[in-house]
Design a protein around this ligand. Structure first.
Ligand code: ATP
Length: 377
């Protein structure tokens, strides 16, 4: 990170939406503050390991941006917190987090710590639902040809973003209970007009800043909820006549993502389809360690790597911190620090170009060494 970029305000995603809305209402433009308060929730498993490197990179960025300060405050949330206090997300912590400009999260949940119904602790899902973080934004970008199992793809040639609805869909049933002697259990896929409309609008706006194509992924040939989802998509598409659209079923989307990922720009889909497709898409660019994400609502936003707590590699210092570092870049972009976000992405690109890799990508760097290299690049 050699350059000292001037701070501008190229607000992305919902900040731009919020700004546009504020301007439409005749309110003054949002001014980029010099100090940003960030709640840091390292969580479980590899969460604390990768978040430590994201924080290291944020501090490096701060040292190169005169006038910008990141005030970071750490909170204990997740399966570890449940074992300590009996609640994976204590109410006081939740209320405090709402007072910050953004939330940076590691990973939550451990396979050995479960609710009585057998599911894992997932306070990140509570955050998405309670803060109405309706758009799960998951950029999928190939940083080096050696990272992909596909032939003939070079850096930047896979470059798409998945917009995953994050407050309802099939996950809506996740808090359901069933008696121990149940002989059948049903989960419901909830699709509401409100959540779908705002998700689609966010996806179309993003496509307008990218290559101008939105692909709807659904299962409208089988499920009534999905045909409703498609109908709303068609209505919103009419508001964006300059954006091209395509509609494909989720099974075909899995096939095409492997066969021709370069043809996708913005993919928009329901919650569980997005969950599954974003892991598949991460597999095209080197795995979960390369896949950042942002959960964005009208007012709040949470930034976390797409991966989980990865208990199989936790505590060994070998997790790839790039997904967490790139999530921090998404956070800076959302906070209006677009140039600072670019600094981080360029640093990641430089480290990848040099072939300096963690074990998941065939290298031998530790988590910490990888984070340090991102600071120096
Ligand atoms: P969840 O359901 O909680 O999101 P998951 O089922 O997607 O989790 P992960 O915890 O993301 O599972 O891990 C999936 C695989 O990817 C595991 O083999 C794990 O070791 C690997 N993995 C995940 N994150 C990283 C990382 N940052 N670096 C290296 N490998 C990782």
């Amino acid at each position: 990170m050699h350059a000292r970029p001037k701070i501008c305000n190229p607000l992305p995603l919902n900040m731009r939406i919020a700004q546009n809305r504020a301007c439409m209402r005749g309110q003054p433009k949002i001014v980029t503050p010099a100090s940003f308060r960030i709640a840091v929730l390292p969580g479980d498993g590899i969460g604390p390991e990768v978040i430590a490197e994201a924080v290291r990179v944020l501090r490096a960025v701060e040292s190169r941006l005169p006038g910008v300060r990141f005030e970071l405050e750490e909170f204990s949330v997740g399966a570890g917190e449940y074992l300590r206090s009996g609640d994976p997300m204590p109410p006081a912590t939740f209320e405090r987090c709402k007072q910050f400009d953004a939330i940076l999260l590691g990973a939550m949940g451990l396979p050995g710590v479960r609710w009585p119904n057998g599911t894992e602790m997932a306070p990140q899902l509570d955050l998405r639902e309670r803060l109405e973080l309706y758009a799960g934004v998951r950029p999928i970008r190939l940083y080096h040809s050696a990272h992909t199992p596909l032939k003939k793809y070079g850096a930047g040639e896979i470059d798409l973003v998945i917009f995953r609805e994050s407050t309802e869909g099939m996950f809506w049933s996740r808090l359901g209970k069933y008696p121990p002697d149940a002989t059948e259990v049903c989960d419901t896929m909830r699709i509401s007009r409100k959540a779908s409309e705002r998700l689609f609008r966010a996806a179309f706006r993003e496509a307008g800043r990218r290559r101008g194509l939105v692909t709807l992924v659904d299962k409208s040939n089988v499920l009534p909820s999905m045909s409703f989802f498609r109908r709303i998509f068609d209505e919103i598409a009419e508001e964006f006549p300059q954006i091209r659209t395509e509609r494909i079923y989720v099974d075909a989307a899995s096939l095409y993502l492997v066969q021709r990922p370069h043809t996708f720009d913005v993919i928009v889909t329901e919650n569980i389809f997005g969950d599954i497709l974003s892991d598949l898409a991460a597999g095209l660019i080197g795995g979960m360690g390369m896949a950042p994400s942002a959960d964005i609502g009208e007012r709040y936003a949470v930034f976390q790597p797409s991966h989980g707590s990865a208990p199989d590699i936790a505590g060994q210092g070998i997790a790839n911190p790039m997904a967490a570092i790139l999530s921090a870049a998404l956070m800076l972009e959302w906070l209006g620090l677009g140039d600072a976000a670019k600094m981080i992405r360029d640093a990641v690109e430089a480290v990848c170009e040099r072939g300096s890799l963690t074990r998941d990508l065939g290298g031998s760097l530790t988590t910490e060494q990888c984070g340090e290299l991102c600071c120096l690049s």
